[in-house]
Design a protein around this ligand. Structure first.
Ligand code: 3NM
Length: 523
């Protein structure tokens, strides 16, 4: 097969260690995987003598040839030459690409391991046929992996390849398995350059039934995850504020009529307040922190709020279970990384959650959202309050736009002016009142209001999110202006009233309140 016709969809990298292969026979496992649909095979054995590598490699090549699938050898050009197979895969510490190309010739397939833009550039310009991009998720299969890049690191590399128009093919590697493969492929696609495939070791080599495991993985590579059915479209990302505002009443009415479940896994401080906010905006709240319950709750058509305000090891395990349950059911998830920048534990929890599943809406204050930027942000947060928020809106707008593009979700950065984007236009919403900042939990409860809106209107999560922000901010303005409100204490019950009143008025067709909306596009 000419090398440009190689299909990288499901790329098997072998492993001969007892931890992975056990007492199975490598040739039998590879043949079973080929029957299951593996499209490319790399023989990777870091410990055997050259004689064993050549004899095993020859046997594997006999098998892969039967299926018309290329066999590549990890690292060892001499072994590839001795076998006469289709090519090699080289790491950053192995023989360099120009020498490999010179020895093997133009027809050979040469792949290179890369984990950052500089390595990508050098491999793409040096004529690599494909890149093995990793390490996506932590894995025990490879010792000394250099850096865990996550889906966002992967996406950064793919965006660069697209921008430079490099024709190199791409697979990702590291911790890819049946539970995450559809999400990784979906999150890494749609911006000019998509992954050509995924590379796995243990998901096939350590499987009890490698043929079935391969068949299932290939199916998952080719099918979008359940939550992708309502991804924010490019057209939706770039509407004018007017186009969004006309949708607000119908979204509020949808919440009212559907009364969606708002499943909150939230902190100790705000549980009661969040439940009341959910009721006022027309949702049905459940405050359920036990992850095992989420699989049943996710079937009820609602949305999940993960609010990291009281993070504990048990809490994290529960969040991940619930996240997976809602992802599998295709129901929306709102993630509030409360205090994300404040402690090392919280920074690591953010990585665990964003690596463990797909969140539809990421909502936080300035430093929380900046802490979710790949590579981290240098903003040091004091406690969990919202900070001064005095940075330039344009600058913050481009940071969250990048974030939304890398993970393919909606990002909300709250502050005096709230910023919202799904990767296209960045919208600024200027409604709200200073009392919101003087009462604990109002930021958290906005997540609850957003969950109600995205659950009721999942096919347009950007408009739903902006609707919730407007409903919330304008209710706060109306409450603060009431003569019975004397300060933050009397504000709280009035705010709950006004959330309710705005909904009731809207349902009756009175949208006078919406004239207060201050929505603009900042970039
Ligand atoms: N290369 P599993 S990670 C062979 O990051 C290899 O370059 C990696 O194994 C890289 O699919 C890795 O079992 C091992 O997680 C991947």
């Amino acid at each position: 097969m000419p090398k440009h016709e190689v299909d990288y969809s499901l790329y098997l990298v072998t492993d001969s260690t007892s931890a992975i292969l056990g007492d199975a026979n490598i040739c039998e496992v590879v043949e079973a995987a080929l029957k299951g649909g593996v499209t490319c095979v790399q023989y990777r054995d870091k410990t055997s003598d050259t004689g064993v590598l050549v004899s095993t490699g020859r046997k594997l090549h006999q098998i892969t040839k039967k299926y018309n699938i290329p066999l590549l050898i990890n690292d060892r050009i001499d072994v590839a030459l001795a076998i006469g197979c289709e090519g090699v895969h080289i790491g950053q510490d192995d023989l360099d690409l120009p020498i490999a190309r010179k020895i093997l010739g133009e027809d050979a397939i040469i792949g290179v391991t890369v984990s950052n833009i500089a390595e990508v550039e050098s491999a793409a310009k040096g004529g690599a046929d494909y890149l093995g991009i990793g390490t996506v998720f932590a894995t025990s299969t490879k010792e000394n992996t250099k850096s865990i890049i996550g889906v966002e690191g992967l996406q950064e590399i793919l965006l660069r390849i697209a921008a430079e128009n490099w024709s190199v093919k791409t697979v990702c590697i590291g911790g890819i398995n049946a539970s995450n493969v559809s999400r990784v492929v979906w999150q890494s696609s749609g911006k000019g350059k998509s992954l050509d495939g995924v590379a796995v070791v243990s998901a096939i080599m350590a499987a009890r039934d490698p043929e079935t495991a391969s068949r299932e993985l290939l199916q998952l590579v080719k099918s979008p995850p359940a939550f992708a059915k309502f991804g924010v479209t490019t057209g939706q990302q770039t509407r004018s504020p007017q186009e969004l505002l006309v949708l607000v009443p119908s979204i509020i009415k949808a919440i009212h009529s559907k009364k969606p479940l708002s499943h909150n896994m939230t902190n100790l401080v705000v549980q009661n307040f969040a439940a009341n906010v959910a009721l006022s905006v027309g949702a049905s709240p459940i405050m359920a922190n036990y992850g095992e319950e989420a699989r049943d709750l996710a079937k009820l058509g609602g949305a999940l709020v993960i609010n990291m305000g009281t993070v504990t090891p048990d809490g994290l395990t529960n969040y991940l279970k619930a996240l997976k349950a809602y992802n599998d059911a295709g129901q929306p998830v709102v993630y509030d990384p409360v205090g994300a920048g404040a402690t090392a534990i919280r920074r690591s929890a953010v990585k665990t959650i964003l690596g463990g599943g797909y969140v539809d809406v990421l909502k936080g204050n300035q430093s929380e959202v900046l802490s979710c930027v790949p590579g981290g942000s240098n903003v040091q947060q004091r406690g969990v309050d919202s900070g001064p928020g005095n940075q330039n809106l344009q600058e913050l707008g481009s940071a969250i736009k990048e974030l939304a593009r890398l993970r393919r979700h909606v990002v909300v950065m709250t502050g005096k002016t709230d910023l919202v984007t799904a990767g296209g236009s960045v919208f600024a919403v200027g409604n709200g009142h200073e009392y919101l900042g003087m009462v604990t939990g109002t930021g958290c409860c906005l997540g609850t209001a957003i969950s109600a809106a995205v659950a009721a209107h999942p096919n347009d999560k950007l408009a739903a999110t902006i609707t919730a922000i407007l409903h919330y901010g304008i209710a706060a303005e109306l409450a603060a202006e009431r003569p019975d409100v004397k300060g933050p204490g009397t504000f709280v019950p009035a705010f709950i009233d006004e959330l309710y009143n705005v909904r009731k008025a809207t349902v009756k067709g009175n949208v006078e309140w919406l004239k207060r909306a201050k929505v603009t596009v900042v970039s």
